[in-house]
Design a protein around this ligand. Structure first.
Ligand code: PGA
Length: 256
């Protein structure tokens, strides 16, 4: 089963009209050189419309969050999924560790948002990962299982036909500490195994991304791992040269 590489940029709460235009121009200049890689950018919601209008050919648009509500209404400050699709979003990040840690999103809330995203035509990028304390306590697999099974239990294994999973060890996000390829591959293989317990075909076709200080100088090694199908890139996605160098690492492996 061949899975396409996906290289996704999570801009987090960064950017400005000027900075975004420069970043997109840099991506546009090189997008044609990575024809076998899916590219995705997830700007802050305030910029979805302007980024959507200036999106380079071959690059998809994603949001960083959405409301769990299926119907629009009186939910001040929230973003309905249909608004995101209207602006051209195809993907939405769900359950990023910053949402979990800073905004108290539970496993169940992430699962509900995942369900709403799919119901409204978006592809969820489900982010899961353990903290340093959890890793040191030897509970990495238990945490990954709990976070993934919350979604499988609510939405079913079939839902993973149209979803992406990002393994993002919390201790590697924005810290400059990358998981070693061995650590990342072990977690990815474990996650694919959990999916395979329910449905081997779906497990074989689900894109599993690595996230956490993924950079041009470690992307090749990480993406070479059997169960790593690309990356969710934070800091390095804000520089076109770095983001596209990471995409080039995926392209080289896709063609190898
Ligand atoms: P980072 O962030 O690449 O800056 O570590 C990754 C993420 O949070 O998605």
């Amino acid at each position: 089963m061949t899975r396409k590489y996906l290289v996704a940029g999570n801009w987090k709460m960064n950017g400005s009209l000027k900075a975004n235009a420069e970043l997109l121009a840099g991506i546009a200049a090189q997008a044609a050189s990575v024809p076998d890689v899916d590219l995705l950018v997830c700007p802050p919601s305030a910029y979805l419309e302007s980024v959507g209008k200036a999106l380079p050919a071959g690059v998809q648009l994603g949001a960083q969050n959405l409301s769990d509500q299926l119907k629009p209404g009186a939910f001040t400050g929230e973003l309905h999924g249909a608004m995101l699709t209207e602006l051209g979003c195809r993907y939405v990040l769900i359950g990023h560790s910053e949402r979990r840690a800073l905004y108290h999103e539970t496993d169940l809330k992430a699962a509900e948002k995942y369900r709403t995203a799919q119901a409204l035509g978006l592809i969820p990028v489900l982010c899961i990962g353990e903290t340093l304390d959890e890793r040191e306590a030897g509970s990495t697999e238990a945490v990954l299982r709990r976070q993934l099974e919350a979604v499988i239990d609510l939405c079913g294994i079939e839902s993973f036909k149209s979803a992406v999973v990002a393994y993002e060890p919390v201790w590697a996000i924005g810290t400059g500490k990358t998981a070693s390829p061995q650590q990342a591959q072990a977690a990815h293989a474990f996650l694919r195994g959990l999916l395979a317990e329910r449905n081997a075909n779906i497990a074989g076709s689900t894109q599993l991304l690595y996230g956490g200080s993924c950079k041009p100088d470690n992307a090749h090694e990480l993406f070479s791992c059997a169960d790593i199908d690309g990356g969710l890139i934070g800091g390095a996605s804000l520089k076109a040269a770095d983001f596209m160098a990471i995409a080039a690492a995926a392209q080289a492996l896709a063609k190898a």
